[in-house]
Write a protein that binds this ligand. Structure first.
Ligand SMILES: Cc1ncc(COP(=O)(O)O)c(C=O)c1O
Length: 479
């Protein structure tokens, strides 16, 4: 049988004596054979010929050809050699019968997503500065999981068991009676919120006003009536008012963020948490506690959570996204014997599962002890940034501006005189490369606060100084 002649491949840019690497060869061959459709079906040089031409080992060419086969660039034909694979044939598009778009729900008001342009100083970020997050150690753990024969091939809807065990043990150390069987791993704690909203058999939910606004939108999309419970980060809760609102609206679910409530930065006192548990018993509502701010504050762990005070029927959610890496997207929900099967079903319906390889990588990080080491350094850094932010506010802000002093962690609330228009201030600052996020949409009624969140965990001290100096000038100009 006569053989088809093979293609001549050229490799430019190689310095004499320098051998190309396998990945350079893959790229060079792919560029050449995909250059034009006329090469489809042409034969590639045999391994020994190309190895000789390039002065590399035959094994290198074999691995290059294997990679090109895996990428679908070439295909092997039985005993005839390797050929340039045909590209996807173009599909003939039939005549269009244009159909109408699907009617979608609309939110009554929706703050546009604010994203900082490159170079902008984000003064209201809830994130920790990615530059101080443990990316290298996380990467090492993910690499080790990906290479290990034990890499999970399938997934468990409830979540990777060792990770759930680790979480339960950690929570038990914080006075929460948690079992791995009652933990569901979620796609960020946002999914925990979504599952609870989807599964709660109630038409009315209450949350703080100002609320975590994405949570507020979720309630609206779930068709629930949402009631705002006013939080004043300077005064704490008006307990009488809360009780009256709970009595009047009779929500079936109350969703509260007990540490660093977003956006007010408020953390509940133990006395307030005890009242909430008592009202839950008296008025018969379920509780979802959002503890996203835990671990960010030094000396915070003795603060009892609602779950620790109210027992296993308080649903509890938390997340690694803010503490370790936002793009990790791993959070969790803690239920109880009475609630867990419905919560797992809620997750199955929504996403089937979180990528188990990510869960295993995170578990590796936690199990090696990196999390605790990291927390020690990050809390010190956040404390430093917090003190620096307070010093700068003291020095730079004009007289009528007030701010809260949460004691560390990620965010505080800055209250402005009513005469300063926040949208005008935001526009002026945006022109000066500083981003602030107003909270107008986060209130349920007429806003009782007039300010916004400052995230001191995100900017380094020099950036914070620049941002607050521009903020101060902006406020003075609008006063
Ligand atoms: C109070 C609060 N809860 C939950 C979330 C959801 O975060 P994630 O899904 O990243 O855990 C956020 C996000 O900013 C938040 O601010």
């Amino acid at each position: 049988m006569s053989r088809q002649p093979y293609l001549r491949l050229t490799f430019k840019g190689q310095r004499p004596g320098q051998r190309p690497t396998a990945s350079q060869l893959v790229e060079a061959i792919r560029d050449q054979v995909q250059g034009g459709s006329s090469l489809e079906g042409c034969r590639l040089p045999p391994v020994r010929v190309l190895a000789h031409q390039l002065g590399v080992a035959k094994g290198t060419i074999e691995s290059v050809y294997d990679e090109l086969k895996a990428q679908g660039v070439v295909e092997s034909r039985d005993r005839q050699g390797l050929f340039v694979a045909p590209r996807n044939p173009e599909v003939e598009v039939p005549e269009l019968t244009r159909v109408p778009p699907l009617a979608l729900k609309r939110l009554s008001s929706c703050q546009p997503t604010v994203t900082a342009r490159p170079g902008m100083l984000h003064l209201s970020a809830v994130f920790i500065d990615p530059r101080i997050l443990p990316r290298d150690r996380l990467a090492a753990c993910f690499r080790s999981v990906l290479k290990s024969p034990g890499m999970p091939g399938l997934y468990d809807t409830q979540g990777y068991r060792p990770l759930r065990e680790w979480i339960a043990e950690r929570l038990r150390g914080r006075g929460i009676d948690a079992r791995a069987d009652h933990v569901v791993i979620t796609n960020g704690s946002q999914q925990a919120l979504d599952i609870v909203m989807r599964m709660a058999a109630t038409g009315t939910v209450a949350t703080e006003s100002p609320a975590y606004f994405i949570g507020k939108y979720l309630m609206e999309l779930s068709g629930m009536q949402a009631v705002g419970l006013p939080v004043d980060p300077f005064q704490g809760l008006d307990l009488e008012r809360w009780e009256a609102l709970l009595r009047r609206h009779r929500p079936g679910l109350v969703y509260l963020t007990t540490n660093f409530q977003n956006p007010s930065g408020y953390s509940y006192s133990t006395r307030e948490l005890s009242h909430i548990c008592r009202w839950s018993r008296e008025h018969g509502f379920g509780i979802l506690e959002d503890d996203w701010g835990s671990d960010m504050l030094s000396y915070s762990e003795f603060r009892p959570s609602l779950r620790a005070l109210g027992g296993e029927n308080v649903l509890y959610m938390n997340s690694f996204t803010k503490k370790l890496l936002p793009s990790l997207r791993i959070g969790y929900l803690l239920g109880s014997e009475a609630t867990i099967s419905a919560l797992v079903m809620g997750k199955r319906v929504a996403t089937l599962g979180v990528p188990a390889v990510m869960e295993a990588g995170l578990y590796e990080f936690l199990d090696r002890g990196y999390y605790d080491t990291f927390l020690r350094t990050v809390q010190e850094e956040l404390d430093r940034r917090y003190r620096r932010c307070l010093d700068l506010l003291d020095r730079l802000m004009p007289e009528p501006v007030r701010w809260t002093t949460p004691g560390g962690g990620p965010i505080l609330w800055l209250e402005l005189p009513r005469s300063v228009s926040i949208p005008r201030l935001a526009a002026r600052l945006a022109a000066e490369q500083v981003l602030i996020e107003g909270s107008e949409d986060a209130f349920f009624d007429e806003p009782h606060l007039h300010g916004f969140r400052i995230g001191y965990a995100f900017l380094d001290p020099d950036e914070m100084e620049q941002a607050l100096a521009r903020l101060s000038e902006g406020i003075r100009a609008l006063l």
